[in-house]
Design a protein around this ligand. Sequence first.
Ligand SMILES: [Zn+2]
Length: 704
Amino acid sequence: MLSGCRRALPAALRLAVRGWAGGGGRRRVSTSWSPVGAAFDAKQQRSRLTGQSTGLFGVPELSSPEGFQEAQEKALQETEQLVQKACTTPPGPQIVMIFDQLSDALCRVADLADFVKIAHPDFAFREAAEETCRNIGTMVEKLNTNIELCQSLKQLLADKEVMDSLDPETRQVAELFMFDFEISGIHLDEEKRKRAVDLNVKILDLCNQFLIGAHLPNKIDKQILPEHIRYNFAVEGNYIQITGLHADCSDDLVREAAYKIFLYPNAEQLRCLEELLTSRNHLAQLVGYNTFAHRALQGTMARTPEKVMQFLETLSDRLFQRTLKDFEMMEGMKMKLNPQNSKLMPWDHPYYSGVLRAERYNIEPSLYCPFFSLGACMEGLNFLFNQLLGISLYAEQTEKGELWCEDVRKLAVVHENEGLLGYIYCDFYQRADKPHQDCHFTIRGGRLRKDGEYQLPVVVLMLSLPHSTKNSPTLLTPGMMENLFHEMGHAMHSMLGRTRYQHVTGTRCPTDFAEVPSILMEYFASDYRVVNQFARHFQTGQSLPKSMVSRLCESKKICAAADMQLQVFYAVLDQLYHGEHPLKRSTTEILKETQEKFYGLPYVPKTAWQLRFSHLVGYGAKYYSYLMSRAIASMVWKQCFVQNPFDRAMGERYRREMLAHGGGKEPMLMVQGMLQKSPSVEDFVDALVSDLDQDFETFFMDSE
Ligand SMILES: [Zn+2]
């Protein structure tokens, strides 16, 4: 679930872009804007071919890979000047402003490079971007251990009178900057500080090592596997390579073999994980926290590990009966298809829930695709944002050299009164070497500049959609359509998070709040009133029948309790691993116990799933975030939008209370503003569990 979406993880000092061509102007009317739907259904809308190259994203230096060096040097020079300025400015709001400029100077290059190193089709660009990321990373580390710089911020935070005079956003940002310093141990004495620096380096290495190990295949002698299933795997001489769980394979034996071999414990990876967890715990304690989880949860919606566990345990209790029923259904299906060996095992869960879904509801994607052309979906989003927020999306003509690939589209996001709000680059189509993951990237954060102009946010949305063909435009499966809505939810957060500081722009907010706007969009994407606005057969113009939308929604609830239960188990495991140290048992014993208590399907001896749990690296102690964000999104949907998904007053409240603040306000205060009450853990759990209720009445009514 979490892997579906990538968000830039909180870096020590976070990044954005300035000095942008074309930014800044409000109420700008552009003749190069065209309707959004047509831009995606039409073949190739090329950028201008004449004139001088503007450079990637309009950054002049980036007309060639060598330009990264130049852009980076400029950023580093500016950084040095700003450090000087910060160290000589007396305590006051200017300090926060300078820190934000400093962060902006570095980020405007590093965020962009972070994207280019992954997505540019040209190797030379990717390599140059990678080098720039490394160099700026080194600079950020230096800054985070710069005592003089930290001192100027500390003086501000210590001056109660000045602090009280600051507005809440400025105070919040000052504290966030201090928090970044803290983890590097800057407030400690010389010897401890050195240990903190060493631990940080060690943790970074262990994280990389663990990530590599988590994806390595396992190899076994091919004689061990029955001959008739060997063809399912890659054979290399006398060995067979198992690269994954083959979770969707219809042969029970193949899934069992893949599970047992792929999850067979690797001693080196086990050591790596144990060392990573121990080092994280050491570092957290060194800088003054009880556990790594306590440190990681600072500033989040949940706030403490105790609250996270309370949420997960309550949810697990409420799911328990439903999960049992789901497992019974799956076991029944296994019995039907494989009577000799019908005990339900962990390798059966994804496969049999899929079989059940397909059997109960005819939701073959090819039936839906013709109704979801990319152009139609974009028009649907445009209509929705227009109704809710008074915002329109326009395709904008791009300049020579601005794009990394000619099929990328640039959207201008325009408010009916406020004018241009920002830009979304849509890198939607598959290509060789492009990562197969739907992502939102912040390229430049919004912020109020010294000259009073607002620096407009710029983001990239990356999907992997098929190209159009001679006979049809790009057609989306229901899953792709939902992902598009999800990612556009992130993009809108970026566009509307009009914070004064780029350090807290849009999606730069606590992890457990970050998925709220995107998951909320999934609720819109599942609502017939919304879908009916845009889903038209690309050949006949016919609208998608209501019964097909209901069927799709209901099918998602099949075995959904068991799916959620599995996520609860992962989240609890993540909490325990990052909780109190030394761990009371080995990581495998903890896994076994937790699996039995929070999941229900038996632990399989001589397996160690935790060694493949790569999210332990990026989401350490925050894997629960997705579930919690979903709970909030569900509450917002039910309380504010289910009555009327186009309610403008609610849309405006949503913008004002939630989106507008980015990470500049405590997330729970935003939730309270939106729901006009402070939800309890029980409310969170109620929202999640009630989403699992089947709506038989609607279904049968519609299918008549
Ligand atoms: Zn997401």
